[in-house]
Design a protein around this ligand. Sequence first.
Ligand code: NAP
Length: 266
Amino acid sequence: MTEARKTALVTGASRGIGKAIALQLATQGLNVIVHYKREAAEAEAVVQAIRQHGVEAAALQADLSVPEAAIALGHAAWGVWGGIDVLVNNAGVSYKKHFLDNTPEDVDGFMNVNYKGALFLMQTIARHMVEEGRGGSIACITSVNGIRPGIGLSAYGASKAALESMVKSAAMELAPHNIRVNSFAVGAVETDINAGVRQQPELLQEVNAGIPMGRFGLPEEVAAVVSSMLLNDRYMTGSTITVDGGLLLMRGYGKAAPYTTKDQNT
Ligand code: NAP
């Protein structure tokens, strides 16, 4: 009897790093569920590209900033092929803002998607895994900014630091169920999230100078590391793998952004 294909759910897989991970897992023979929020046409294009590799693919929509939607996504994804072996919590939002300019909406926006969305989806999938007595592997895409605080990143960095911490607690609590949980702290990678930086030659030069490899990474370079861990891990959990061209080894980059909001207390 041939062994059933493994299945993966990748969030934010309509573009960027998530798309590259979804495609890489498909080349390794996994059936893949492509999650997206807005980009239905792009998600469908990823589904078609995955099928070219002779595996199954499906697209599911959810706004992960809403806990009920994250939980519903988990149940729906589990139901597509009767189980999930691999979950990649990749979807995220990121932008810079001066500490003094952060609003409650900014902080909620980062925490709701980057931390709470990942938590409630992961909890839903892990509950199914535990109930059915099957193990699995979960990867969370975090950021070097969740490990080393960055200028303009007090809210974003905190949301990724929260995710880093959650990964490690979950790794301990899920290990008895043979569910491994690891994080990938990503550095500067060429995607829509930082297109603005790459359009400014001076800023780009400054950022590149802070990276030992001297350049941004490519989504496919991150995907190769994530997929190889997901396909091979048996005894690895609670780890943070940095995929950053050496960025974390350096002193950091970024000048203090100007404070733009008038002091509302005076
Ligand atoms: P990207 O190209 O901007 O893609 C972001 C993805 O997240 C999209 O697929 C988007 O879905 C999804 N998403 C955003 N808000 C969502 C929400 N409320 N609900 C559900 N999905 C949502 O970003 P990326 O650069 O590939 O980033 C992927 C991950 O890597 C993120 O967690 C990011 O923080 C992390 N990261 C990236 C870098 C980098 O330099 N690129 C560095 C460090 C960490 P739709 O397109 O369908 O809306």
